[in-house]
Design a binder for this molecule. Structure first.
Ligand SMILES: *Cc1c(COP(=O)(O)O)cnc(C)c1O
Length: 553
């Protein structure tokens, strides 16, 4: 009760005086203004940073103690009076626990690089100035900068008038693609709903979220038909035409083909020219009255487009790297005839989350129906976007990334990733118990298997040992230990071979990995493996029956 009396004497939200109240929250000092130095803002980030540092995690993950959700959720409370900045932001730092620590060169679990400081600053600035990219009269030039990014990337693939939508992840780019395809096939579907005879096609190697997108759009996940793939080269002419024929004969119309433009596993990439040719020839054969919408899921592969805009650097590169890049570029030849593609700046554009772009050849966001340009005051993103209010941080960081890196910087990042990957492969393959599984990949992911020692092989099957090593590494990294956070893939290669093999994956994402770092990472993986083998061999570690939570791909 005494608390309540204090509050009535000292209003909690004291806007009028500078006086320090007993209440830790003080309106007059809590806001950013243009005139004030940024110290107080930076101080707050420092509270968080200092607290994060004192979590004493030096590995690829922030240490995490096991917890159960329901208890933590129920235990959450706020005080009546609020708490001071330092206390709250210090407490907030625990939000990192159990998450990836992308500053670590051992963070090789997935495509989660540490962003450039400039792109982080750009994103933070959008938060600081609270920019809403809903429409230009609210968000100012955020919408213009968004379209500058989209137009530029569109030009790289040969589209003169591309527009785009910044969005919250590669999955949303896929959602936009499917939505655009449905709209094109059934223009009145926005009022009448989706016709029952519509399907979309995508390859077996394409992202797992596509069915979910179909579900969200009301199309239904069963309407997503997966085309078999024979190789990481992508879907074959035969399999594509065969699938189209089968669907057509079943009375279905193919609204879209979502093609792979490089994936996290083996860089599955469809040959765009072959896709275009296949679609046109089967269209003629079957007398189709429509052309399926073609989307390229290049949320990873877009980085290669930087060589489409200027390929001179290619000639100066060592042959293995140049030919890898060229092989990917050869697959983009039909892109001009596609309708849209996706870009994830947070995957390989050195931007913070989320900074994805859906880029479309013909999505007239900035033009009127007669082709004339819109002026300031006429662009309303919400006519096109899933969201209404929209953050501008992805737009700003993507824009800054492109400006800051330039064509050369983007190309160098790609080259450095491919070089690091080759180094990893070279060093790994010098060890007798390592087998590389993705030597032919055009991407930089490294997939390999490790041969168990004979004494352990007698105890368990190879698959069980492989899975347990991943479990072991996960336990250690979860514990904050500085060993590489390798990932696992079961049945790698099963899409194109009769049987797959369990492999470990690592994604070298750091732009600046030196040979020494790479040797250290490999050494650390092999040491951990040896320890694991010893533990199994002398029976100080039992392999649990509990299935290991396999990572998403
Ligand atoms: C990562 C990824 C996605 C999904 O992107 P998010 O940014 O995680 O939403 C889609 N397609 C491919 C090929 C990807 O690698």
């Amino acid at each position: 009760m005494s608390n309540a009396i204090k509050i009535s004497k000292t209003p909690a939200l004291n806007i009028h005086t500078e006086e320090k109240t007993v209440h830790p929250f003080h309106y007059s000092s809590e806001f950013f203004s243009d005139e004030k130095p940024l110290n107080s803002w930076v101080n707050r980030i420092e509270y968080f940073r200092d607290a994060a540092t004192s979590l004493h995690s030096y590995g690829p993950k922030y240490q995490n103690n096991a917890f159960v959700y329901e208890k933590e959720i129920e235990d959450f409370q706020i005080s009546y009076n609020g708490e001071d900045s330092k206390t709250v932001l210090t407490e907030l730092s625990h939000i990192l626990e159990g998450g990836i620590r992308s500053q670590s060169s051992q963070a090789v679990f997935n495509m989660v690089p540490q962003p450039l400081m400039d792109t982080q600053a750009a994103a933070a600035a959008m938060q600081l100035y609270n920019v809403n990219a809903i429409m230009d009269t609210y968000g100012g030039k955020a919408l213009l900068y968004e379209q500058q990014v989209a137009r530029l990337l569109g030009k790289w693939v040969g589209w003169s008038k591309a527009n785009g939508l910044a969005c919250n992840g590669g999955k949303i780019t896929l959602l936009y693609a499917i939505k655009s395809a449905i709209k094109r096939m059934a223009p009145d579907s926005d009022k009448l709903g989706i016709p029952k005879d519509i399907v979309i096609l995508t390859s077996e190697g394409a992202h797992y979220s596509i069915e979910h997108c179909c579900e969200f759009l009301g199309l239904g996940s069963n309407q997503c038909i997966r085309i078999p793939v024979d190789a990481s080269k992508g879907v074959s002419h035969f399999n594509l035409q065969d699938t189209i024929r089968k669907q057509h004969n079943a009375g279905k119309r193919i609204a879209a083909i979502l093609c792979c433009g490089g994936t996290t596993l083996d860089f599955v990439c469809d040959d765009t020219q072959s896709i275009v040719d296949s679609v046109h020839s089967v269209k003629k054969d079957l007398n189709l009255e429509y052309t399926p919408y073609l989307h390229f899921d290049s949320v990873i592969g877009w980085l290669w487009f930087s060589f489409l805009s200027d390929s001179t650097r290619l000639e100066t590169l060592p042959l293995p790297i140049a030919s890898k890049i060229q092989k990917a570029l050869d697959k983009f030849k039909g892109l001009q005839r596609f309708d849209s593609f996706g870009v994830d700046f947070h995957k390989n554009g050195l931007c913070p989350y989320s900074s994805s772009f859906f880029i479309a050849k013909d999505l007239p966001i900035t033009r009127h129906n007669n082709g004339a340009s819109k002026s300031y005051g006429e662009v309303r993103a919400f006519d096109f976007t899933f969201e209404n209010s929209r953050p501008a941080s992805g737009i700003a960081s993507a824009w800054v990334s492109l400006k800051r890196l330039g064509i050369k910087g983007l190309q160098e990042y790609l080259i450095s990733l491919l070089e690091a990957s080759d180094q990893f492969k070279f060093i790994l393959s010098s060890h007798a118990n390592v087998t590389l599984l993705n030597n032919d990949s055009l991407g930089w992911e490294v997939i390999f298997s490790l041969e168990p020692c004979p004494s352990v092989s007698q105890l368990y099957s190879k698959d069980v040992i492989s899975e347990d090593f991943y479990r072991y590494v996960t336990e250690l990294t979860q514990n904050g230990q500085p060993i590489p956070s390798i990932s696992i893939i079961k049945q790698f290669g099963e899409l194109y071979k009769s049987e797959g093999e369990t492999g470990y994956i690592l994604y070298p994402m750091h732009p600046n990995l030196k040979i020494k770092d790479i040797e250290k990472i490999v050494g650390s993986i092999l040491n951990s493996y040896e320890k694991h083998q010893q533990l199994l061999s002398n029976k100080s570690r039992q392999i649990s029956d509990k299935p290991v939570a396999l990572p998403i791909r």
